[in-house]
Ligand binder design. Structure first.
Ligand code: ADP
Ligand code: MG
Length: 259
């Protein structure tokens, strides 16, 4: 049995909207699953099904309304201290949908990577920091010298997603929560990004929660899949389910609009 990196146990999440919280949105209902060491779990669902809410719960942006979040079998649901979070984000990192939105247009694209090196005190030596960043960019197929001094508008979405992945890798995380990482990347470079995730899994044993809605993409990269529908896990199984055009959930997902 492989070790569990992250686990959700009976997680529900409601949002109260409107004046006096009069409207209640049930984003997640009784969601349970885990991600084990070195596996890519594909989380699929139509727009509004609760995928990003799950990613934000794991990244501790949202707190579950009920249920538990466990990291390596430890209940961390109610732990939010700065010292805990700093350590937690050395283990759990996120990569998001919008490549341009992930970068401040006023800063160069490598500045956030230097921030990580400084904030996590990976080294205090400038030359060593450069070497570290150069090496992590190489892992995702980006040449340090080519992107140094560049701003996001000068690079493609695919290049920016690679840099975001390199940024996440600097801390040597156990888990990357990738919330629709290829949805806004053009189709021709999508597979390259997925191959990076597969590489990270195979060579470094990194676990990935890969969120998406495109069946081919999700089948290509996932070891197993979870299908979310209106905030509930309605299907869990091998990725091969996604190749069955008659399966009720593949039918639903291939007809649904992307989020
Ligand atoms: P997905 O990522 O699958 O498209 P989300 O997790 O973003 O779905 O959203 C699930 C549901 O929760 C939606 O109805 C959405 O409007 C609602 N929701 C998500 N975040 C918030 C929030 N911060 N405030 C209010 N409602 C939210
Ligand atoms: Mg989403």
């Amino acid at each position: 049995m492989s070790e569990k990196i992250i686990e959700l146990r009976n997680v529900s999440k409601t949002f109260k909207l409107g004046l006096f919280g009069s409207t209640v949105v049930q984003a997640l209902s009784d969601v349970s699953f885990d991600v084990k060491k070195g596996e890519i779990v594909g989380l699929l669902g139509e727009s509004g099904s609760g995928k990003s809410t799950i990613s934000r719960i794991i990244l501790k942006v949202y707190k579950p309304s009920s249920g538990q979040l466990l990291f390596r079998d430890k209940d961390i649901t109610n732990i939010y201290s700065a010292s805990f979070l700093k350590n937690y984000y050395k283990h759990v990192q996120g990569v998001f949908q919008d490549p341009y939105g992930s970068f401040n247009p006023r800063r160069t694209v490598l500045e956030p990577l230097f921030d990580v090196v400084n904030n996590y005190e990976l080294t205090h030596d400038k030359v060593e920091a450069e070497g570290m960043i150069r090496q992590h960019l190489e892992m995702v197929g980006i040449n340090y010298d080519e992107v140094l001094h560049k701003h996001s508008h000068e690079l493609s979405g695919g290049q920016l997603q690679r840099i975001s992945i390199a940024r996440a890798l600097l801390v040597k995380p156990d888990l990357i929560v990738a919330d629709e990482p290829v949805s806004m990347v053009d189709a021709s470079t999508r597979v390259d990004i997925l191959n990076i995730f597969l590489d990270l899994k195979q060579k470094l044993g990194i676990s990935i929660l890969l969120i998406g809605h495109d069946l081919a993409t999700m089948h290509y990269a996932s070891d197993r899949i979870l299908v979310l529908y209106k905030g509930q896990v309605v299907e869990e199984g091998p990725a091969s389910i996604l190749l069955d055009p008659l399966h009720p959930y593949t039918k639903m997902l291939s007809e649904s609009t992307p989020s």
